[in-house]
Design a protein around this ligand. Sequence first.
Ligand code: AMP
Ligand code: MG
Length: 397
Amino acid sequence: MISVRDGQNQILAQFTQPTPPELLAVTRARERVLAEDLRAPFDVPPTDNSAVDGYAVASGDVPATGTRELDVVAELHAGALFDGALNPGQAVRIMTGASMPQGADTVYPQEIVERRGGRVSVGPIKKGVNVRMRGEDIQAGTIVVERGTVLRPQELGLTASLGRWQVLVHRRPRVALLSTGDEVVEPGTPRKPGQIYDANRFTLRGAIEQYGGDVVDLGIVPDVREELRARLLEAAEVGDIVVTSGGVSVGVLDLVKDVLAEIGAIDFWQVAMQPGRPLAFGRIKSAHFFGLPGNPVASMLASMLFLRPAIFKLAGRRRLFPEMYQATALEPMSKRAGRREFKRGIVQWRDGRWEARITGPQGSGILSSMTAGNCLIVLEEERGDVAAGDTVLVEPF
Ligand code: AMP
Ligand code: MG
C-alpha cells in the first residue's frame, strides 16, 4: 500500500517538462496557462489623467476660503492633448480619462463649480484630487502576470491593455482516452443482457477537458490481449498521456500488466484510499500511462487525485492542488483509520458556518453520489469515525 501523497509525488516526479509554448490570440487564451512572464512596456495609465468630468486647475489657484473665478481656456475630451501650459488664473474643461494639461494638478468635479460663460467659479478643494497618476496601476518594466498563471478574463483584459493581442501559452496536454471491458458498450447502440453503457469515458472526458487537456477519444477496447496492445500503442502515438479505465483490479490485471510489460513499463499500486484502491501508472513509449479503476466513482476520484495534478504540471501551471476548506459535519461518518477516504458530500453555508453532509450511499460504483454532491469530504489517514459536529475538510467540485 502507498499513500495518496506518495502516489502523487511519484507521478509528478515523472513530469519534468511542461508542454512547449505556442502563440495564441488573446481572444482564444482564456483558461490557458501563460508560458512567459508578462511585463508592462509602459506605465499604466501612461499619463496623469482626470478621474472625473470637470475642470483642471493648478493647485496654486485653489482658494483657501471663498470663491475664485478662473478663465476656461480649452475643452479636453478623452484622447485629446492640451498643447501649451496652464497659466495662473486659468482652468481647462476636462473629461474623464483626458490627460492632465501641463501645470494642472487638481480637478474640480463639474457638480461643485459654477460655470458662467467663459469663466468658472471655484471654491476650496483638497489639492491634487481627482487625478489618476501616471503608473499608479502598473509601472513600466514590472511583471504584471507571471508565467504559469491560468488566464482569467481579467488577465486577458490586462494583457490587452498593455498593447498585446497575442500571448505565449503552453500547448494543451493531449490525453488519449480508452475504456476497457468486454461488458462495456457505446451509448446510443443496443445493449445486450449483461452489458453496461460506458460511463467512464464521458466522465473522464469532461474531467480532462476541465483540467485543461485535449481529449483524443479512442473508444472502448475489449479484454483481448492483441486488441489492447494495438490500441495502447496507437494511443501512445497521439497522446502525451494515455488514460484507461477498468482492467486494473484482480482478474484482468494480468492482461494490462502483460501488455504493458511488453510495450512499456508499469507499476501497479494499491493506494491507501477509499474508494478506488487499484491504480496503474507507467509509460508506453514517450507517453505517460494512467490505468484508472473501472468503478465510475473510483475512476473519477482517481482522475481528480492523480491525473489532474499531472495535467496541471504538464500544462505549466504553478498551483497543482485545489484549495480545501473546513466545514462542520452534520452527521456521523464511518471512517477506517490508515487510509484516506473521500465521501461525496453537500456543503452549504448556514447560520454563519459551512456545513457538510453525505450524499447518500457511498459505493464506488454509485455515480449518482457524485451528481448529488458538490464536494468531496476528505477524511485524512490518521482519522477514525467522524461524529456529528466534528470539523472536516471539504474540496468543492
Ligand atoms: P474492472 O476493474 O474492469 O473489473 O471494472 C470494475 C467495475 O467497473 C466493473 O463493475 C465494471 O463493469 C465497471 N466498469 C468498468 N469500465 C466501466 C466504464 N467505462 N463505465 C462504467 N462502468 C465501468
Ligand atoms: Mg473490466
